[in-house]
Design a protein around this ligand. Structure first.
Ligand code: ZN
Length: 144
């Protein structure tokens, strides 16, 4: 058995919940130009009080900032986490579609996978997805 290599998705990284917030905030800012507590609460279907608590945590970690006239913004560190998750979300969705899975299963599973798959596994999936893209015959045989 090969020696275990370091796994890059450990506890030292941002938590899945924090990543979800950053992903939603980024999406809201792109879509509407701003992200208010009330919008985040309705997107994630949780109370405004919980959103406020998490925002304070993200603020303390230097991931978001409240600006007087622009409202909530992502710092460059927050933007880096959010765009990493958005990239994972997109690629994992594409990959599961290549396997012919139903959309409901895809959106459910991607929300978990995007946070929990290690960098190593993610890069392997990325390579496999590219291979399937380049070999549509193999992809269609997989879908049965
Ligand atoms: Zn996602």
């Amino acid at each position: 058995m090969p020696a275990p290599t370091s796994i890059s998705s450990g506890k030292s990284r941002t938590s899945a919940a924090a990543e979800d917030y950053l992903e939603r905030i980024r999406e809201l800012i792109r879509r509407k130009g701003y992200a208010r507590v009330i919008d985040i609460a309705s997107e994630l279907q949780i109370s405004q009080a919980s959103v406020t608590t998490m925002i304070q945590r993200l603020d303390a970690e230097g991931l978001v900032k409240h600006e007087k006239y622009r409202g909530m913004v992502l710092t460059s560190a927050g933007e880096a986490v959010a765009s990493r998750i958005a990239h994972r979300h997109e690629l994992l969705t594409t990959f599961l579609r290549q396997l012919g899975l139903p959309e409901a299963v895809i959106s459910h599973d991607v929300e978990g996978l995007e946070h929990h798959v290690s960098g190593e596994t993610f890069r392997a999936i990325e390579r496999l997805s590219r291979y399937l893209q380049d070999n549509p015959d193999v992809a269609s045989r997989l879908r049965g």
